[in-house]
Structure formats: C-alpha cells, structure tokens
Design a protein around this ligand. Structure first.
Ligand code: F6P
Length: 320
C-alpha cells in the first residue's frame, strides 16, 4: 500500500481534526502518501483534494470542525455518484480510504465498497453515538459536555423562577446523547425516541415533584421524540406549572474536542492505519469494553446499536 485517501463526511463532530492528524502522521510514519478529499463525498466525486503531510496537519488537534470540510451529498446516493468516486480513486491510484463520519457515512462507505477493490476503513465520528461496533464515537463526549455546561446554567434560572425547563438536545432518531446528558445534569425526566411514554404519566411526575417540594425541574428530550414545543405547552397547561423550552441545537456539534474525544480520535486513527497496512479493509474501528477493536463494515451498518436501559433506570432513581 502506497497512497491513502482520507475524508470527513456527514455532520461534523469535535475530534474529526484530531482523527485526520492521527491518520496523516501515522500513515506518513509508515511511508504512505495521504490525500485529503474536501467536503466529504463531494470531493471524491469532483476530484477535489489536498496532499496532507505531518506538517500540514499541525495545530489542528484541539480544533472543532474539520479542516477538510464536510457536507451532505445527495449525488453520492445515486449510482452515478458512486461511479465517479471509484473513478477518482482509480485515477489517483489510491490503495486505501479512511472514512471519518457517522452512521450515514458508513452506510455510504458500504455502498462504495461494493464497487471498488480499494480497502475502506471507517472511523466512527458523530455526536449521536449511534454506530454499532463502538461504545463511543468521536465527538460524543464533547457534545455531552457542551450540553451539560449549558444546562447547568439553565438550571440556575429554573431554580430562581421556580420553573420547569424542557431542553431539547440533538441525536437524530436516537437517544444516546439525551440519555447521558439527562443523567449527568440530574434531569427529573428524560425523553428518548426508543422509549415510549404516556403524556398523562409525564404530567403526573411534574405534579408529584411540585407536591413533594421540587419547585423547579429539568426535562431532557431527544430531538427525535417529535415536536418539543407542542409537548412543553401541553405540560404547562396540564400541570399548572410554568414550562419553558430551550433548544441547544448546533452548538453541540462545535467547540474544542475534550481530551477524551482527542484520545479516541488518536487511537482510532492508529488502528485504522494498521487495518490498511494489514490489508484488512471494509472494517470499522471502535472501542469495546475499553479496548480498541474492529468490526466488519457490513456488520456495523446492518446492526442497530442498543441503548443501555440500566442507565435510564439509574437516572430515574437518582431523580427522586
Ligand atoms: O448526525 C449529527 C446531527 O447533528 C444530528 O444530531 C442532527 O439531527 C443532524 O446531524 C443535523 O443535520 P444537518 O447538519 O444536516 O442539519
């Protein structure tokens, strides 16, 4: 193997830069040349790249976002898009491709793997933490910490005004972010797309909390549960409690990666290059029970990662 390509695709995640740096520096130490393709799959379709060297990735370890930029690329979902990518890989004599991204990016990598012999390795990077084959994705820890810092501030005003706050956090259709954020801010209620709830029960919990002296409260809701504006209004009307809604939004995707996100990015990058060196492509690196591991790309894409129900039970116990 002589030349590898690296690309960041889909929603950005803090720590993507640390992963690019890791891939470039480790690959360079093994005498690979590295090309960084710009704006995700789009750069592989339009043949837009920049050569990356250990020096050109200096000073990015601590930065959020991605030096290579990223995009959602509908063209890549069509046959023609995949064909153009395989052409770009062939014309640049690429032997291995590192895809840094989340669930959707890895699905794209799987599609591509069906049309090329280039070895592909996925590095899971997404604030959603919804990739099977890893306990944690790059950027998840940073996003949790960003949201927790915000909600700690919201708690101050909730307490002063004796209000209940519903805070909507990201996560697409999954509740990994909401669950960990909810538990660590001490939310009285955590609403996840994976767990159905009855509105009457919700109203009951809010009323009971008031009755037992909890004058303020926090409800952490995953964006995937539906319209939080409507739900916040319903809780207010049915509990005679002042309820405010706060949507944290895209701030969760930005900011300097935490030490943990940087560490994970560096470990994943190292393993990804090792996989390519051993010609063991079509795999996704991950962290499982404290160890750096790998699963087949196909398995990662076709298996749904399961939420830990014990965390939700613990959060409920702690919120009494
Ligand atoms: O996948 C990461 C994520 O931030 C999700 O949590 C969110 O639902 C989505 O991306 C937003 O996507 P976009 O950047 O296309 O608006």
């Amino acid at each position: 193997m002589k030349k590898i390509a690296v690309v960041t695709t889909g929603g950005d995640a803090p720590g993507m830069n640390a992963a690019i740096r890791g891939v470039v520096r480790i690959a360079s130490s093994k005498k690979f040349r590295v090309l960084g393709f710009r704006r995700g799959w789009e750069g592989l379709i339009t043949n837009s790249f920049t050569p990356l060297t250990p020096r050109s990735v200096g000073g990015i370890l601590q930065l959020g976002g991605t030096l290579l930029h990223t995009s959602r690329c509908p063209e890549f979902e069509k046959k023609e898009g995949i064909r153009k990518v395989t052409e770009t890989l062939a014309s640049n004599q690429i032997d291995g491709l590192v895809v840094i991204g989340g669930n959707g990016s890895l699905q794209g990598a799987l599609e591509l793997s069906r049309s090329t012999d280039v070895q592909i390795v996925g590095i899971p990077a997404s604030i959603d933490n919804d990739v099977f084959g890893t306990d944690e994705t790059i950027g998840f820890d940073t996003a949790v910490n960003t949201a927790v810092a915000e909600i700690d501030k919201i708690r101050d005003t909730a307490v002063s005004h004796e209000r209940v706050f519903m805070i909507e956090v990201m996560g697409r259709e999954r509740g990994f972010l909401a669950l960990e954020i909810g538990l660590t801010v001490g939310a009285e209620i955590i609403l996840l797309p994976e767990v159905s709830y009855r509105k009457e029960n919700l109203f009951g919990i809010v009323r009971e909390n008031r009755a037992k002296g909890k004058k303020s409260g926090l409800i952490v809701a995953a964006e995937g549960i539906g319209d939080t504006r409507v739900l916040a209004g319903q809780i207010q009307r049915n509990t005679q409690t002042e309820v405010r809604l706060s949507i944290i939004g895209y701030a969760q995707r930005g900011g300097n990666p935490t030490a943990r996100s940087r560490l994970l990015a560096s470990l994943f990058a190292n393993r990804a290059v090792e996989q390519l060196l051993g010609e063991e492509g079509n795999s996704v690196v991950g962290l499982q029970d404290g160890k750096i591991t790998c699963v087949e790309l196909q398995k990662s894409c076709k298996t749904e990662k399961v939420l830990d129900p014990t965390l939700l039970r613990l959060a409920k116990l702690l919120a009494t």
